[in-house]
Design a protein around this ligand. Structure first.
Ligand SMILES: Cc1cc2nc3c(=O)[nH]c(=O)nc-3n(C[C@H](O)[C@H](O)[C@H](O)COP(=O)(O)OP(=O)(O)OC[C@H]3O[C@@H](n4cnc5c(N)ncnc54)[C@H](O)[C@@H]3O)c2cc1C
Length: 817
C-alpha cells in the first residue's frame, strides 16, 4: 500500500531527477523536514538515468565552477549518509588543446581556478601519454589536468540524494504525477495529484525534460529545450583490459569530444555542430525510460577525429550507442530561483550537466529559501536573467546554439548570432547604417562600437585586443575633447508612486532619498549586507499635484538585472500605498557627454541649463529637441553630461535633433565599449562585474553612499554597520597593468609576492589615459597606493600597480563643471 500524501508541506518539489533529489537533500540537511518531492514515475525517469556520468569543474562562470567543485566533493558524504553507492570513479581528467587559441583558453581557465581554490595544473604531453596510453599526443599542444574529475553512476547519485534526504527526515513519493498546480488566495499552492492534494508554501519546478509542461500548469513559460545527444560505448579494448589503473577521463575541445573509461572499453560523446532540438512542441507525457533512435551519420565526422586522436577506438567494436534527450537553456547555464512576477513559484530547470551541477544548485536553492539568500552570487544561474523576451522560439534557437557551441571557446568580445533583433529601438536601422556593431543585453540590441563603414562592422572574436581598438579610442577622444552621443535604452527604470512610496524606498535603499528634482546614487543591500544593486534614485514631482506624497520615484539600474530587481521590489511591497512598475521599456533615450555637451543641449531646449540653474544630479521633465523628455545631469564618462530619456516613439526625433544640433561641435556617436573605457578611467565599477552579491558595500568601496544614520532601518543596515566597524578583509581596487597587446577581461588571478591573493572583476584599455586597467579585489592590507602585483593573463604574469586615485580627473570637477 502506498503511503498517503501529507496535506501540507513547506516545500513541494516536482521531479525526481538528480536536480529535484539534490534540492530535497539540501533542504533536509539544512533542517527543513516538511519538504516533499513528487515523482510521476520512478526516480530518474527523465534524462538522469541515461547520462554519461562524466564530472568536471570547468564552466563558463567561476561561481558555477566553484559549485561544480562542491558537487563533486559532496559525493563521498552522500554515499556515507545514504548507504547508496554513487559509483564514484575518481580518475582525474585532462582538458586537451590542439590549437594555440585553445591553449590560451586553458591558461585563462587555470588562472580562474587558482582563486576559486580549484587545483588544476598543466601537465606535459609525455605525462598525458603516460597516464592515458591510448591518446596520441602528437595532436595536442597542451593539457590541463584536474584531479577532481572523474565519473559517477547517474542512477546511484540520484538515489543517494533521495535516500540521504529521507534519512534526514524529508519525503519523496514515486508514481505520483502532478497534474495541476493552483495558487490560492493566500499565495500558497495546491499541488494536485491522483493520490491527493498537498498545500504548500512554496513550489519548485524541477521537472527536467518536462519543465515546460509543468511550468504551463502554472502559466509559466520557460525558455528551455531538450536536445538530442549521442554517446557510444566500445567493446573491450585489450590495452585497457591489461592496464592496472583506470584511465583518466578527458575533454578534447577542438575535436569536440569527451571520453572516459567504461568497464574495459571507452565511452565517447560529442556535441555535434548541427544540434537537434527534440520535441519542440512539448515533451510527450508518456516518455520515460526510453532512448531515441541513434543517428551515427550526425556524429560521424567527430568519430573520424576521435579515431585519429585515440587510435585504439578505430580498432574497437561499438557495443552500445545512446541517443538521449536533455534540457538546455539559452546560455547553457541552469535557471534557478523564484520566477519574477510569480509568488512562491521557484524553478530549477535547464540544468544540462546535472551530475556536475545539481549539488551546487540544491545548495543554493536551499540557502536561498531558508536563509533568504544564497551564499554565493548565483546571477549566472538566476532565472531572472531572462524576461518576457525569452519566448519558446528564443529558448529553442538559443539552446540549439549553445548545444553546438558547448566545447567552443567563448571570447569576451563575442556576440552570438542566434535570436538577434529580438528587441530593438527606433534608432536601430540608423545606427547600423552609421556603422554600429551591435551587442545584446536582456534581449535588446545596443551599440558596442562604430566601424568606419558598415562593410567593416565586424569584430574578430579574440582573447587579445580586437580590430575595434583604434576606433573605440577615437570615440573616447571625442567624448573627452568635444561631445559624444550614446543610446541609453538598455538601462532599467523602476517607477514607484503612491503615498507610501517614500517610506518604502527609504527601507529598501541604503542611501538617503534625494530632494525633489534631484538624483542620488544608492546601493541596494541584502539582509546580510551583500550588494543587490547599485542604482540611482530620482525624485520627481508628479503631474497629479505638488504635494510631497504625490512625488514619483524613478530608479535607474542595470538593464540586465531588471527582472531580478523587479522580483526583489515586488517581494517587499506592502499590501497598499505603493504602486510599482518595471518601466524599462517605457524609457529609451540618448546621453550626451563631453565639454561641448551643454552647448549642444542649449541648442535643443529652452530650459535653463547653465551650471547654476541645472546642477550635477538635477533631474526634471523638460522639452528637449521638441519632444517631452526627462532630463538628468549625470554621465558615466566623468565629463559634463546629460541623460535625456523619452518614450520610445519620440526617440528618433530626439536623435535627429541632437544630430543636427551637434554640427560644428565635434559630435560623435559612441558605444558601450567606449563607455566602459571612460568609466575605467574614473575607477567606477559596474553591476554584474565589480559590484555583485558576492561583495559588500564596504568591500566594493560604496560605503560612502550608504546613509546608515538615516532614520529608516533599511535592509542590510545592521550587517553594514557591523562591517563598517570591523572593516572588510578585501577591497575593490584599481590596478594599472603593464602590457602591450592584451587587457584583462575578468576573473584573472592577481598575485603578490608569488601568491594568488585576489582576482580581477573587470578591466580593459583606458584609451584617453593610454593605460591598461584592471579592477579587482585584493586583501585590504595590500590596498595601498603604489603596491605592486602581478596579473596572470593567458599564462603570463604582467606587473600591475595599485592606484588610489582615478586616472582621469581625480578631483571630479569636470563632471560638475
Ligand atoms: C546522453 C546524455 C549524456 C549526458 N551526460 C552527462 C554527463 O556526462 N555529465 C553530466 O553531468 N550530465 C550529463 N547529462 C545531463 C544530465 O543527464 C542532466 O543534466 C540531468 O539528468 C538533469 O536532471 P533533472 O533532474 O533536471 O531532469 P530529469 O532527469 O529529466 O528529471 C525530471 C524528473 O521529473 C519528473 N517529472 C516530470 N513531470 C512530472 C510531473 N508532472 N509530476 C511529477 N514528476 C514529474 C520526471 O519523471 C523526471 O524523473 C547527460 C544527458 C544525456 C541525455
Amino acid at each position: 500500500m502506498k503511503t498517503p500524501l501529507p496535506s501540507h508541506a513547506r516545500v513541494v518539489i516536482i521531479g525526481g531527477g538528480v536536480v529535484g533529489c539534490s534540492i530535497l537533500f539540501h533542504l533536509a540537511k539544512m533542517g527543513w523536514k516538511e519538504v516533499v518531492l513528487l515523482e510521476r514515475a520512478e526516480l530518474t525517469s527523465g534524462s538522469s538515468w541515461h547520462a554519461a556520468g562524466q564530472i568536471h569543474t570547468i564552466s563558463s562562470d567561476p561561481n558555477i565552477s566553484k559549485l561544480q567543485g562542491y558537487t563533486i566533493g559532496l559525493y563521498p558524504e552522500l554515499e556515507k549518509l545514504s548507504g547508496q553507492s554513487v559509483g564514484h570513479h575518481h580518475t582525474g581528467g585532462f582538458y586537451l588543446a590542439s590549437s594555440p587559441e585553445r591553449l590560451d583558453y586553458l591558461k585563462q581557465e587555470r588562472s580562474k581556478a587558482r582563486y576559486m581554490g580549484l587545483d588544476q595544473e598543466f601537465v606535459s604531453l609525455q605525462e598525458v601519454a603516460q597516464m592515458h596510453p591510448l591518446i596520441e599526443p602528437k595532436h595536442y599542444l597542451g593539457a590541463l589536468y584536474d584531479p577532481l574529475d572523474g565519473h559517477i553512476d547517474p542512477s546511484g547519485v540520484t538515489h543517494a540524494y533521495a535516500k540521504a534526504a529521507k534519512v534526514l527526515g524529508a519525503h519523496y513519493y514515486c508514481r505520483t504525477p502532478v497534474i495541476e498546480t493552483r495558487q490560492r488566495a493566500d499565495g500558497n499552492w495546491a499541488v494536485v495529484t491522483p493520490e491527493g492534494v498537498i498545500n504548500t508554501d512554496l513550489l519548485i519546478n524541477a521537472a527536467g525534460l518536462w519543465a515546460r509542461e509543468v511550468g504551463h500548469l502554472a502559466g509559466v513559460d520557460l525558455p528551455v529545450q531538450p536536445m538530442e545527444h549521442h554517446y557510444l560505448i566500445t567493446e573491450t579494448i585489450a590495452e585497457i583490459e591489461r592496464a592496472t589503473q583506470e584511465l583518466p577521463c578527458g575533454i578534447d575541445y577542438d575535436a569536440n569530444l569527451y571520453f572516459r573509461q567504461e568497464q574495459n572499453g571507452l565511452l565517447l560523446g560529442t556535441y555535434e555542430p548541427n544540434a537537434t532540438p527534440w520535441k519542440v512542441a512539448g515533451t510527450p507525457p508518456e516518455f520515460g525510460h526510453e532512448l531515441l533512435q541513434p543517428d551515427l551519420d550526425r556524429v560521424s565526422a567527430r568519430l573520424d577525429l576521435a579515431f585519429e586522436r585515440i587510435p585504439a577506438l578505430a580498432r574497437a567494436g561499438i557495443k552500445n550507442v545512446v541517443n538521449g534527450p536533455f534540457t538546455f537553456g539559452p546560455d547553457g547555464n541552469p535557471m534557478i530561483g523564484p520566477v519574477p512576477g510569480m509568488k512562491n513559484y521557484w524553478v530549477a530547470v535547464g540544468v544540462m550537466a546535472g551530475f556536475c551541477q545539481a549539488g551546487g544548485v540544491g545548495l543554493c536553492i536551499a540557502e536561498w529559501i531558508i536563509e533568504g539568500e544564497p551564499s554565493v552570487d548565483v546571477w549566472a544561474m538566476d532565472i531572472a536573467r531572462f524576461g518576457e523576451f525569452a519566448t519558446h522560439e528564443y529558448g529553442t534557437s538559443k539552446s540549439a546554439e549553445n548545444y553546438a557551441r558547448r566545447f567552443q571557446i567563448s571570447y569576451p568580445n563575442e556576440e552570438l548570432p542566434a535570436s538577434r533583433r529580438q528587441k530593438t529601438t527606433a534608432l536601430y536601422d540608423r545606427l547600423v547604417r552609421a556603422g554600429a556593431v551591435m551587442g545584446v543585453g536582456h534581449g535588446l540590441e545596443h551599440v558596442l562600437w562604430y566601424a568606419d563603414s558598415p562593410q567593416n562592422a565586424h569584430e574578430t572574436p579574440t582573447l587579445r585586443r580586437s580590430n575595434a581598438f583604434e576606433l573605440v579610442a577615437t570615440e573616447v577622444r571625442a567624448v573627452r575633447e568635444k561631445v559624444g552621443a550614446v543610446e541609453i535604452a538598455n538601462f532599467a527604470q523602476h517607477e514607484f508612486t503612491g503615498p507610501g512610496a517614500a517610506a518604502f524606498l527609504d527601507k529598501m535603499l541604503a542611501a538617503k532619498l534625494p530632494a525633489r528634482g534631484r538624483l542620488a546614487l544608492t546601493p541596494l543591500l541584502t539582509p546580510k549586507g551583500k550588494l543587490y544593486g547599485d542604482l540611482s534614485v530620482a525624485r520627481l514631482s508628479n503631474h497629479a499635484g505638488n504635494h510631497a506624497d504625490d512625488d514619483a520615484y524613478l530608479l535607474f539600474g542595470s538593464g540586465a538585472a531588471q527582472e531580478m530587481h523587479r522580483r526583489w521590489f515586488e517581494a517587499h511591497l506592502p499590501a497598499a500605498g505603493v504602486h510599482y512598475r518595471n518601466a524599462s521599456d517605457a524609457y529609451h533615450g540618448i546621453a550626451i557627454s563631453g565639454p561641448n555637451a551643454r552647448e549642444l543641449l542649449s541648442r535643443i531646449t529652452r530650459e535653463q541649463v547653465s551650471a547654476e540653474k541645472f546642477r550635477f544630479c538635477d533631474i526634471r521633465r523638460a522639452t528637449v529637441g521638441d519632444i517631452p523628455a526627462l532630463l538628468a545631469r549625470v554621465s558615466f564618462s566623468g565629463e559634463l553630461g546629460y541623460e535625456i530619456y523619452c518614450a520610445p516613439p519620440y526617440q528618433l526625433k530626439l536623435f535627429e535633433s541632437i544630430s543636427a544640433a551637434g554640427e560644428g561641435l565635434g559630435l560623435k556617436l559612441y558605444g558601450a565599449r567606449a563607455m566602459m573605457s571612460l568609466r575605467l578611467e574614473k575607477s567606477w565599477g559596474v553591476w554584474t562585474l565589480d559590484y555583485r552579491s558576492d561583495f559588500t558595500a564596504v568591500e566594493a568601496g560604496l560605503a560612502r553612499f550608504v546613509a546608515d544614520n538615516k532614520p529608516a532601518d533599511f535592509i542590510g543596515r545592521a550587517a553594514f554597520r557591523k562591517q563598517k566597524r570591523s572593516g572588510a578583509s578585501r577591497q575593490l581596487v584599481t590596478l594599472v597593468v603593464d602590457t602591450d597587446d592584451i587587457d584583462v577581461s575578468r576573473d584573472e588571478a592577481i598575485f603578490h609576492n608569488g601568491a594568488c591573493v585576489g582576482f580581477v572583476t573587470s578591466g580593459g584599455y583606458a584609451h584617453y589615459c593610454e593605460k591598461s586597467v584592471a579592477l579587482g579585489y585584493v586583501p585590504t592590507e595590500l590596498a595601498i597606493h603604489g603596491q605592486e602585483f602581478e596579473i596572470e593573463m593567458l599564462g603570463a604574469l604582467h606587473p600591475a600597480k595599485l592606484i588610489t586615485q582615478p586616472l582621469y580627473n581625480p578631483l571630479g570637477d569636470k563632471i560638475r563643471s
